[in-house]
Write a protein that binds this ligand. Structure first.
Ligand SMILES: [Zn+2]
Length: 110
């Protein structure tokens, strides 16, 4: 006896994309420039300014910040991108499953 499907073709496509996700991280990654404040530093006059890479995220309604060293910037940026993809796919899957339920309810009503 065939098991009744618990996912629509659209949902199946989203699940397939979810399986391709790499390591992910919730939060935002920003690189900003600033002056360090030392009056003798080159940044105080001609520059260039110092770059600071930060990861920020919210936990229990509090914003946290973590400094990301140069060597890790690319990696952490990629994790954050994957985190965004996960969020989009999670939302798309919820939409697909709701539509699936609504379609089935209509079928049973006939
Ligand atoms: Zn400086």
């Amino acid at each position: 006896m065939a098991r009744s499907p618990d996912v629509s073709p659209a949902g199946r496509r989203i699940l397939a994309r979810l399986r391709t996700l790499g390591p992910f991280l919730e939060g935002s990654f920003t690189v900003s420039t600033k002056r360090c404040g030392r009056p003798t530093c080159r940044c105080a006059t001609e520059g260039p300014l110092h770059e600071t890479a930060l990861l920020t995220w919210k936990e229990a309604q509090k914003t946290h910040t973590l400094y990301i060293p140069q060597a890790w910037r690319e990696t952490v940026a990629a994790w954050v991108e994957e985190g965004k993809r996960l969020k989009q796919l999670s939302h798309a899957m919820s939409v697909a499953q709701r539509q699936f339920l609504i379609a089935r309810r209509r079928q049973h009503a006939r």
